[in-house]
Ligand binder design. Sequence first.
Ligand code: NDP
Length: 287
Amino acid sequence: MNGRSRRYAVAGSPVRHSLSPRIHTLFAQQTGVPLEYGLLEPDNDDFESAAGSFFSDGGSGLSVTSPYKARALNLAYELSAEARAAGAANTLARARDGRISACNTDGPGLVIDLRKRLGYEVEGGGVLVLGAGGAAAGILGAILLAKPRSVAIANRTLRRAEALAGRFAGRAEECGVQLRAVGLSDLDTGCGHNLVVQATSAPAGGDLPLDTEILAAADIVYDLRYGERAEPFLRAAKRAGAARTADGLGMLVEQAALSFAYWERVKPATEPVYEALRETHSFLPAP
Ligand code: NDP
């Protein structure tokens, strides 16, 4: 390692195809921060010891992705409000005294992408979140803080949606948002959602058990996945009549920029990095 570089990595399984090393290397070039950014792919039983060794060997920070986001919380001495609410962290940082802190930049990354790149304001609208897993939990807090009129969490397994709505009931009340849980197949077409967020891990080509007419009235349908994995769902949304669609590449870049700022106290510009990824990865067609 270069004497001045700080060392970072993305931890998950699998991470071989992660865009995070490219994104953070572009941020480093742009801001002049000397850093090395690698991959950490521990087996399921080894996440805690691999992350622990990374930090004790001098690593400065980790991006954490599936399936380790919830377990990442247990490594941290200090949690941000977002990480606590989500029950998961996507960013770990080591302070000078060796203590680890954790935050979750996924939700703020989504809201920034909607607002800045797509020009969409969540405030006052109706939001439908499809899915009630880790990704949905990671974005809900930030969506509620953006003060929509209402949020419906629709999941194949209703009790998971109910549990998630229960966890965020306090924040919804503080923010003045009506929050409810519903079964995916019980959604009705007249409920007027302005923003629909696809946050399930359903296979890209497989149909969700959902009447696509629900997507017809949406101002914007956003899939947290990106590129070809998001394409079939976004195509179905367009066919149903959704005004606009977007994949999650912008969120990926924005959450990474927030993590970079959490580590290095400097906020990189995201648009050039977003454009560079769209240009160089032909498998990431613009939605
Ligand atoms: P989880 O395993 O925690 O949850 C999976 C969710 O998908 C559950 O709600 C599950 O429903 C639902 N689901 C799975 N298969 C189906 C199906 N066939 N039909 C209907 N619902 C289904 O996964 P995550 O929440 O961690 O990840 C979800 C997606 O979000 C992933 O594709 C991930 O790549 C993406 N993501 C993108 C990010 C970005 O930066 N752009 C950040 C984080 C995640 P049930 O409860 O009924 O099983």
